[in-house]
Design a protein around this ligand. Structure first.
Ligand code: PLP
Length: 395
C-alpha cells in the first residue's frame, strides 16, 4: 500500500542537531575523528545524588502510571521551586509535569492558539517553536534577534510585529542558539507589550540556571504576567538530565487542567521515577552545588571558545551571557553558513550547526556548543582556523 500522509506532516520542521549528529556518527563509524560541537546537551553526567534518588524510587515501587499532570507531591515540590526562583506564589495545581518541556509548548499551542492566529517567535530561535506553530496551522511571525543588539529582543521591532491576529509570543532567555540574555528592562518592556495587547506568553526559561553575567529575570515574575504566562522549564539542561525526559510548566490553573487532558490523550504521564528524582534536583544542596560547578565550567569554556573564534580573521563572536552556545558571525570569511558547516564536518571533522537551521535571520552565523572539553574546543577552533585561512576562502 502506498501511504498518503496528512498535509500537516509537510508543515512539521526538525531539529538539525539530531541530523548533523547522525551524519557525524556515520563519519566516526567510518574511522574519522569528529569533534562534536553540534550537541545541545550538557556533556557531564547527571549528579550522583539525583541518580541515587531515582534508583531508590524504583526500588520503592515507582514503576506505575502516575496522575497525568504528575505525582502531587512532585508538583508541590516543583511549585516550591518555581516560587523560590520567581518570587511568585505558585501552587501545585498550576504545575504540569511532562516527558520533556517540548510538550509544554505543544500543549500551550494546542490549548490556546487557533488556526490562522499569529505567534511571534524569535529568529534565530529554537527550531521547534516555528515547527509546532506551523504544525497546528497558525502563522509564525519572525522576531529578529541580532548580534548588534547583543542577541536581545529589540522591543520597538517586537511592537511593530503585533497585529490584531497576534495571540501568543514565545520568549526565550537565555537563548538558544545565541546565548543572548534579556535584561530586566527588556523583560519589563516585553511584559508591558504583552499586557497592552492581551497576548499569551510562553516564556522558555530552560537555560535560566546557566547564566554567566548579569541575572535572569523571569517574565512570569513580572507584575500582571503570571496570569498570561506559561513558564516553560525542565530538568534537561540544569542538571544534565536530557535523557530522563522531564519538563514542567507553571501556568494558570485552568490551563493546567487542559494540559492534564492533553497528557491523558498523549503520553499518559511522565516516568514515575524521573519525577521523584526531580524533587532531589530541586531541593538538595548537593544538586545546587552541581549546577554551580557546571556553570563555572561552561563559563571557562565560553571564554576559551569566544577568544579563539575572535582570533580567526573574518569571525566575529559575541560573548554570550548565558546558555552554552556561541553564535559567531562568519559573513566576513566569504562563506555562507550552510557550506561552512558542511565543509567543517566533512573536511576537518568539526560538527557545528548552520545558523539558518534556527530561522532565516541566522544567516551568516554558525552555532557551536560548549558541551565538550576545553581540550576539544581548542582542537576544534584550531581546525576551524586552518580551514578559514585566506588561501581557503570560498568564492
Ligand atoms: N527549549 C529550548 C530553548 C531548548 O534548547 C530545548 C532543548 O534543546 C528545549 C526547550 C527542550 O528541552 P527538553 O524537551 O529536553 O525539556
Amino acid at each position: 500500500m502506498k501511504l498518503t500522509y496528512a498535509r500537516r506532516m509537510s508543515r512539521l520542521g526538525t531539529e538539525s542537531a539530531f541530523e548533523v549528529l547522525a551524519h557525524a556518527r556515520q563519519l566516526e563509524a567510518a574511522g574519522r575523528d569528529i569533534i562534536h560541537l553540534e550537541i545541545g546537551e550538557p556533556d557531564s553526567a547527571t549528579p550522583q545524588n539525583i541518580i541515587d534518588a531515582a534508583v531508590r524510587a524504583l526500588n520503592d515501587g515507582a514503576t506505575h502510571y502516575t496522575p497525568a499532570g504528575g505525582i502531587w507531591e512532585v508538583r508541590e515540590a516543583t511549585a516550591r521551586y518555581v516560587t523560590q526562583r520567581t518570587g511568585v506564589k505558585t501552587d501545585a495545581g498550576q504545575i504540569v509535569l511532562t516527558p520533556g518541556s517540548k510538550n509544554i509548548l505543544l500543549f500551550a499551542l494546542l490549548a490556546l492558539v487557533e488556526e490562522g492566529d499569529e505567534v511571534i517567535v524569535p529568529d534565530p530561535g529554537y527550531p521547534i517553536y516555528r515547527s509546532l506553530v506551523d504544525f497546528i496551522g497558525a502563522t509564525p511571525v519572525s522576531l529578529p534577534i541580532r548580534q548588534e543588539n547583543d542577541f536581545r529582543v529589540a522591543v520597538d521591532e517586537l511592537a511593530s510585529l503585533i497585529t490584531p491576529s497576534t495571540k501568543m509570543l514565545i520568549a526565550n532567555s537565555p537563548q538558544n542558539p545565541t546565548g543572548g540574555v534579556l535584561t530586566r528592562e527588556d523583560s519589563e518592556a516585553i511584559a508591558a507589550l504583552a499586557i497592552k495587547h492581551d497576548l499569551v506568553v510562553v516564556s522558555d526559561e530552560i537555560y535560566s540556571r546557566l547564566i554567566f553575567d548579569g541575572t535572569h529575570t523571569s517574565l512570569y515574575s513580572l507584575p500582571g504576567m503570571a496570569e498570561r504566562t506559561v513558564l516553560l522549564d525542565g530538568l534537561s539542561k540544569a542538571w544534565a538530565m536530557c535523557g530522563w525526559r522531564l519538563g514542567f510548566g507553571a501556568m494558570p490553573v485552568d490551563l493546567a487542567r487542559r494540559m492534564e487532558t492533553l497528557m491523558i490523550n498523549s503520553s499518559s504521564c511522565a516516568a514515575a521515577f524521573t519525577q521523584w528524582a526531580a524533587v532531589e534536583a530541586f531541593e538538595s544542596p548537593e544538586s545546587d552545588r552541581a549546577v554551580e560547578t557546571m556553570v563555572k565550567e561552561f563559563r571557562r569554556r565560553r571564554d576559551v571558545i569566544v577568544d579563539a573564534l575572535n582570533a580567526i580573521p573574518g569571525v566575529r563572536c559575541h560573548r554570550p551571557a548565558g546558555a552554552f552556545y556561541v553564535f559567531p558571525d562568519i559573513t566576513a570569511t566569504g562563506w555562507n553558513e550552510r557550506d561552512l558547516a558542511a565543509k567543517l564536518l566533512d573536511e576537518v571533522g568539526v560538527a557545528v550547526l548552520a545558523g539558518t537551521a534556527f530561522g532565516p535571520h541566522g544567516a551568516g552565523h554558525i552555532r557551536l556548543s560548549c558541551a565538550n572539553s576545553v581540550e576539544n574546543i581548542e582542537r576544534a577552533t584550531q581546525r576551524i582556523a586552518t580551514l578559514l585561512t585566506p588561501a581557503a576562502i570560498h568564492n
